[in-house]
Design a protein around this ligand. Structure first.
Ligand code: GLN
Ligand code: ZN
Length: 752
């Protein structure tokens, strides 16, 4: 009964990787220093796993930026525009851009908060094993071996790599990167042979794309790729690992290939167990059973995991106890929180948590129990959590009393009751640039270097400045600018009961950008108003309407670690109730426009279509529960920062906000036609300029965007706004851009 983990955090316990890469980018350190830090981090990982007693240790789970980018470089899928650069310069330019060269796109890795660098491929792409014998997986395998640690190199599988690639700009219509599979597989074949030559016994090929719906053609491609690789005369044993859900039709396909092991996620994909039974097991193969959750921070129920593994015993020749996915999605080490410079988590909560290092330990314990019997780990078995430990009876009673609570007056009636604004009203999405002074004041306040009064004075001065600027620019609906918020989820999580926070619990979001997701562990409630003082202060300083600004329930869950002892839908209702109370208080304080942001609505959408309807039902229900207590006269806005709504297009209308602002500038307002088709009838603010770029858009271009929008939307339903918050931009860009935006709106108004 062996044990393994599918991957491990690579950023270091003190964010060493971030510091080293940023120092390199800024020229404060050279390539040699970066390489040294990287080697130290790899060594620490291997040694930690060895000390924990993990039987099969992975390598090549490290990356200076991203494993998909590593793969692109490894197979020489480097677009021409980067070819004049070499080595690390080319590598980082692909991720971050360089002088005159746009970076590759970045997007979310399945349903996680990790972002990968999207490969580009075209009919002319010629894959080859760049660097040959010095290719990264070979180098890292050799590095571990030199330390006396035998490892299993981990690769992004060829199918997943191509399914996540996009056609290069200018590729002919109908070209699909998957068309290049056979040539890519030959590169993998060469690599596998070299790894075997270097001594590798096992190689892991990650194919998370199998957890999403796949066409028969894609399944045939899967079959072809692994028949070829498994047919190599001299190669390591192959583990095809999957994660993030059920692999459905792909299971019999993989089972029919001659790979030696299949990895299944039994946490996010409990149905994988039945599917395995339904095909009568995988015969002579090894099953790598992902029973320890790699996506969340809760301790495993060892008894349940043991029983689960025991029930799998007859279904494969051998069983390896594993994590459900790479541990890179959880923080590194819980001990950092409970140690001397930790944040002092409530011990009752800390006792229920496990981060990456603890999870590796759990895998080892389960393996030991299965080998030696349950008694061998008796000291580690904890009883079930005490009932009702983090229960809030008041919240539960209030939700019961509310019942459905998701109905509002009809649109026409609301519109009559709401603020009277000029046609094509202008507004922004909420945040204004966060100046060094604002950030410093927040940090000083947090560290106790300035008191509440001094802090509030800085924030009020900032709010005054931002309001005066907006009045001067001539915007119609103002915002207070969010200077008090470090992060749109963390700000609220810190003000809600039921959420906890870590000090060192960083998780890589992309490159050197890490996040510290709050932990939603108990019933959520709002001890006191969260935004009312700032918003009412702002409203007291201007005669124009100020828009209150809240983060929606789905986003509050999506960017946190969330309890698993009740359905997400139930947890979402609790967050919604807190927001509903906040909206009531904002209304009572005279606020007439309130925006509830849901940028993560699409992100939690299940990977398989079969789960969409149930998800959207609770997600939309939670948003409505939060907002439908508002009076008809309160104008509810929502904001989502993307334009590819696809499967959730109907949900925008179902949210029943009065105004939705979305991204549209880059896609030239095409979304509006889709919204019409979907029967969307409320007002819409299609972002008229892209805030993700420092470029200041001209008046004519935004005027043109508005005129294009007016072809799809009546003037009395159209709002004018940028496509997201302005917090990451500088005033030097924001001010002229907003002036031009208001000028564009005025020009169009004159011709209505
Ligand atoms: N109100 C938030 C802001 O303007 C919205 C951020 C977002 O959509 N991601 O910053
Ligand atoms: Zn946004």
């Amino acid at each position: 009964m062996n044990t393994t983990v599918l991957g491990y955090p690579r950023i270091g316990g003190r964010r060493e990787l971030k510091k080293a890469t940023e120092a390199y980018w800024e020229g404060r350190a050279g390539a040699a220093e970066l390489a040294e830090t990287a080697a130290g981090l790899r060594r620490e990982t291997w040694e930690t796993l060895r000390e924990a007693g993990v039987g099969l240790i992975p390598s090549n789970t490290f990356s200076l930026y991203d494993q998909m980018l590593d793969t692109s470089v490894m197979v020489d899928a480097v677009p021409d525009r980067f070819r004049h650069l070499r080595g690390l310069d080319a590598y980082f330019a692909m991720a971050r851009g360089a002088e005159g060269v746009a970076p590759l796109e970045m997007t979310k890795w399945f349903d996680t908060n990790y972002h990968y660098i999207v490969p580009e491929a075209g009919p002319g792409t010629r894959f080859r094993l760049a660097d040959g014998a010095r290719a990264k997986p070979l180098a890292e395998y050799g590095e571990a071996r030199a330390l006396g640690i035998e490892t299993r190199p981990v690769l992004v599988g060829p199918l997943t790599y191509l399914l996540l690639s996009k056609p290069e700009p200018g590729a002919p219509d109908g070209f699909r990167p998957l068309d290049l599979l056979d040539s890519l597989v030959e590169v993998y074949a060469e690599l596998l042979e070299r790894l075997a030559g270097a001594g590798a016994e096992w190689v892991q090929l990650d194919e998370p794309a199998l957890a999403a719906d796949r066409t028969p053609g894609e399944l045939a491609a899967l079959r072809r790729a692994y028949d070829r690789l498994a047919g190599l005369p001299s190669r390591p044993r192959l583990l095809v690992s999957t994660c993030f859900g059920e692999i459905g039709e792909a299971l019999p396909v993989l089972a029919a290939t001659r790979v030696e092991a299949i990895g299944l996620d039994l946490v996010a994909g409990p149905g994988n167990r039945e599917a395995l039974g339904a095909i009568g097991g995988i015969g002579a193969k090894t099953l790598v059973a992902g029973v320890v959750d790699g996506r969340n921070v809760w301790r495993a129920d060892l008894n349940a995991a043991m029983a689960g593994c025991a029930s799998l015993l007859g279904l494969a020749a051998e069983l390896v106890v594993s994590t459900s996915c790479s541990l890179m999605h959880v923080p590194l080490d819980l001990d950092a929180e409970t140690g001397p410079d930790g944040g002092g988590l409530d011990p009752r909560l800390a006792g229920r948590l496990a981060f990456a290092r603890q999870k590796a330990g759990e895998v080892v314990l389960i393996g030991r129990a299965l080998r030696e019997g349950r008694d061998a780990i008796a000291g580690h078995l904890t009883g079930p959590a005490p009932d009702g430990e983090f229960v809030n009876a008041r919240v539960r009673a209030r939700l019961d009393a509310l019942g459905d609570g998701t109905a509002r007056r009809d649109h026409a009636e609301r519109r009559r009751a709401q603020l009277d604004l000029p046609p094509l009203p202008t507004t922004t999405i909420g945040s204004f640039p966060q100046t060094a002074g604002v950030r410093r004041a927040r940090a000083d306040h947090r560290a106790g270097r300035i008191d509440d009064t001094a802090y509030e004075a800085v924030m009020r001065t900032e709010i005054d400045r931002v309001l005066a600027l907006q009045e001067d620019i001539g915007l119609d609906v103002l915002v207070h600018g969010e200077p008090e918020r470090n992060d749109m989820v963390q700000y609220f999580a810190e003000r809600l009961d039921g959420y906890a926070h870590t000090v060192h619990g960083w998780v890589q979001s992309y490159g050197s950008r890490y996040v510290r997701p709050p932990i939603l562990f108990g019933d959520v409630s709002r001890p006191e108003p969260m935004t009312v003082p700032w918003t009412t202060y702002a409203q007291s300083r201007t005669t124009r309407p100020v828009k209150g600004m809240l983060t929606g329930p789905v986003t509050m869950l999506a960017w946190s670690f969330v309890r698993t002892d009740q359905p997400l839908a139930e947890t979402a209702r609790q967050v919604a109730l807190a927001l509903r109370e906040e909206i009531r208080d904002l209304e009572a304080a005279g606020i007439r426009v309130i925006q509830v942001d849901e940028p993560a609505l699409r992100e939690l959408l299940p990977l398989r279509r079969a789960g969409h309807a149930a998800y959207l039902d609770w997600a939309v229900g939670a948003f409505r529960l939060a907002t439908c207590g508002a009076a008809a006269s309160t104008q509810i806005h929502t904001h989502m920062c993307y334009s590819e709504f696809g499967e959730i297009i109907d949900a925008i209308g179902a949210l029943d906000a009065d105004v939705a602002s979305v991204e549209a500038a880059r896609s030239r307002m095409e979304l509006l036609a889709d919204l019409n088709t979907a029967g969307y009838r409320q007002s819409i603010g299609p972002g008229v300029y892209d805030i993700h770029s420092p470029r200041v858009p001209g008046v004519a271009e935004m005027e043109e965007a508005l005129r294009r929008a007016l072809r799809a939307v009546d003037a009395d339903r159209l709002w004018v706004n940028p496509d997201c918050g302005l917090k990451t931009r500088a005033y030097g860009e924001v001010e002229p851009a907003l002036r031009n935006m208001v000028a564009a709106a005025r020009r169009v108004r004159e011709t209505l």
